[in-house]
Write a protein that binds this ligand. Structure first.
Ligand code: MTE
Length: 338
């Protein structure tokens, strides 16, 4: 992975409004239009302008989302208030157009190519060390779980970060459905493999398909989340539709997209990037500002959208949830952090 510098089109839009604020503003404008709020002439003028702008923005954003997604009616979902942010939510347009998805190319602007991915029908295989192997249809799975929204920070190993309203369900719930046997120590998660659709998978120097792994303890930690939506809508293809992992205390490459399989294993799986360059992208990949990547510092991160540089936090600020997972391990070893 290379560090990508922000390009012209990635500058924040003048109306870089988090969706919640935007919704509140629309509610306010509605009330004002009904005559229950008195506005001065200047305010009224501004108010007249705004709905049109907001409307065209919503329409503009629609093209980044899957059309005719059968799960669309499930969103938005209630927010879990336990997960608070220390920063603004990243502007939606940026989060859905600035992506890493090597299956569709190595530029950040892969969202167009990702539209070729067919996300229905979509089957997820659960196997390995489980009571009974099974295959689940995504829409059946979505009926079996309770969806919620969580605001999480998302820190890429490339030293940029976002703050995203994910929708989905705790990974612990998926582990419950899978019923792993006592010998299961890890969960290996695998992305689809379809080189005809995903041009990047025709490049033979990557070990396709993209694979990631967690220990069972990590997978059942409260923070580990299976993302199925974003910004109150179903997951865009470029962000990993129809379901992906979200583990915010780890560098972003652990959050594997467009999953087709969860395999419970005795042996630790070898992750995609670990296989390519294990010295730079290890299995654990916990965020730590004090351990530089061999080629750059991890002390700071650039907030996507504003360009502001802020200090990176240990475990991306989620130590209270996850530090105990690693308490017995050698904290000075690089491998925990790379
Ligand atoms: N999953 C797959 N299958 N392929 C990828 O290339 N990139 C990873 C991760 N999951 C990747 C993936 C990296 S490096 C990051 S930072 C995040 O996805 C980016 O997620 P986002 O595009 O939703 O921000």
């Amino acid at each position: 992975m290379l560090i990508k510098r922000r390009r012209g089109w990635e500058l924040p839009e003048s109306a870089a409004t988090p969706e919640a604020v935007y919704r509140d503003r629309r509610r306010f404008l509605k009330t004002a239009a009904a005559g229950s709020v008195l506005l001065g002439a200047g305010g009224l003028l501004a108010a007249c302008d705004e709905p049109a702008q907001a409307e065209s923005r919503a329409e503009d954003l629609a093209r980044f989302y899957p059309q005719d997604d059968p799960s669309a009616a499930l969103y938005p979902v209630p927010r879990d208030p336990r997960f608070e942010l220390d920063r603004e939510i990243t502007e939606e347009r940026l989060a859905v157009t600035y992506n890493n998805f090597y299956e569709f190319g190595s530029s950040k602007n892969v969202w167009q190519n990702a539209q070729d991915l067919e996300i229905r029908p979509w089957t997820i295989a659960i196997g390995g060390e489980v009571e009974k192997e099974m295959r689940l249809d995504i829409d059946d799975l979505l009926q079996r779980v309770e969806l919620e929204e969580r605001l999480y920070r998302h820190r890429c190993v490339e030293a940029w970060s976002m703050a995203v309203p994910w929708a989905g369900f705790p990974m612990r719930r998926l582990v419950e459905i899978a019923k792993p046997l006592s010998g299961a120590k890890y969960v290996k998660m695998t992305t689809f493999l379809d080189p005809d659709t995903a041009g990047g998978q025709r490049s033979s120097w990557y070990p396709w398909p993209y694979v990631e792994g967690l220990t069972i303890e990590e997978a059942t930690n409260e923070l580990a989340f299976i993302g199925t939506g974003i910004y109150g809508k179903p997951m865009p293809k470029q962000n990993g539709a129809p379901l992906r992992l979200v583990v915010p205390w780890k560098y972003g490459f652990k959050s594997v997209k467009s999953l087709v399989s969860f395999e419970f294993t005795r042996e630790r799986p070898v992750s995609f990037w670990e296989e390519i360059q294990g010295r730079e992208y290890g299995f654990w990949a916990n965020v730590n500002p004090e351990v530089p990547h061999p080629r750059w510092s991890q002390a700071q991160e650039e907030l996507l959208g504003t360009g502001e540089k802020i200090p990176t936090l240990l475990y991306n600020g989620y130590g209270e949830w996850v530090a105990e997972l690693y308490a017995g391990m050698d904290q000075t070893s690089r491998t925990l952090w790379m």
